[in-house]
Design a protein around this ligand. Structure first.
Ligand code: BJW
Length: 258
């Protein structure tokens, strides 16, 4: 349970009400309360001794494809069980009611499950796979919903029927380029918005972390929703220190009813 100070919420609401174009960007903290650990916390069991930055890289995959694949399979088991929370539904409502833009760094598809459309996925989606060597699309079904999310399970990646290379998730790893259409769309939205809202991201990974700065450089106001401060915080016009599942419905209650 959080207690957002009334003055902080009022300040955010007056920023929203004065804005024509609002863009939201979410990170792993958005999905934490749906049962998906944040990127830097996705380290249970066997994975506690691995560095997530190494696992999420082509270099890490080349060194140990089975471990990387198994880490993603464990996370895919969590994703298949996860349901959107009240914060995801609030964002989908803002989109429908006011045409707000929605950019996400998350790869779990929870915004879409909550009814959001036109979600800009900067870092791909964990539900689909392709082969490592040629990026041939591969059909690797998501784990069964009844599978236990066993963080100790080691599995070998399946092979590509076309080239024999092994499977990887269709996500963007460190050192890889973001999908050009998503990148350009996110840049355009950030450049042209009046308000940029950053939710549940540590604001450490670029180019995503640069979008708030781009928006700020063009005169946009920055609102941050995160229980803790981040490198973005010194740019904030308003910081709401709380959890996404509680803060977003509070904002929705005030914005959608007025
Ligand atoms: C809550 C909460 C609750 C908790 N409610 N909040 C410029 C400067 C320096 C470096 C670079 C630069 N430009 C590019 C780079 C290199 C690199 C980079 O940024 N490195 C940094 C580590 C410095 N970037 C790249 O390599 C990118 N590619 C690129 O730039 O290509 C061009 C290029 C190529 C080669 C050389 C140079 C340039 C690609 C980045 C891809 C990121 N991919 C990942 C993995 C995706 C797949 C997967 O999930 O496994 O994306 S990494 C990981 O980080 C994941 C996330 O989307 C991303 C961001 O993490 P996020 O969402 O912020 O999560 P956390 O865990 O860090 O934070 C959670 C937050 O939530 C916390 O703040 C909590 O407090 C909060 N929270 N509960 C609200 N209930």
């Amino acid at each position: 349970m959080i207690c957002v100070e009334k003055s902080v919420l009022d300040s955010a609401l007056s920023i929203f009400k004065a804005a024509k174009t609002v863009v939201w960007m979410t990170g792993a903290g958005m999905s934490a309360e749906s049962g998906i650990p944040t990127f830097r916390d996705a380290q249970s069991g066997l994975w506690a001794r691995f560095d997530p930055q190494q696992l999420a890289s082509a270099e890490g995959y080349r060194a140990d494809p089975a471990s990387v694949w198994s880490w993603y399979q464990w996370r895919r088991r969590l994703v298949v069980k996860a349901k959107p929370h009240a914060g995801h539904f609030a964002l989908a409502e803002f989109q429908k009611a006011f045409g707000h833009g929605l950019i996400t760094q998350n790869v779990d598809g929870l915004h879409q499950l909550a009814g959001a459309s036109e979600v800009i996925e900067l870092h791909g989606n964990i539900r689909s796979s392709s082969c490592f060597a040629q990026r041939h699309p591969l059909s690797v079904p998501m784990p069964d919903i009844n599978d236990v999310a066993d963080a100790e399970l080691l599995e070998s990646p399946p092979h590509c029927p076309l080239c024999g290379s092994t499977a990887r998730p269709d996500v963007v790893w460190f050192g890889e380029s973001l999908p050009m259409d998503a990148l350009q769309h996110a840049e355009a939205l950030s450049y042209g918005c009046d308000v940029f809202v950053s939710v549940g991201t540590s604001s450490q990974v670029y180019p995503a972390a640069g979008f708030a700065l781009l928006a700020k450089s063009q005169g946009a106001k920055i609102i941050e929703i995160n229980p803790v401060a981040t490198p973005l915080s010194e740019q904030n016009d308003c910081a709401i220190r709380g959890q996404a599942s509680e803060v977003l419905p509070l904002i929705a209650k005030r914005l959608l009813l007025n």
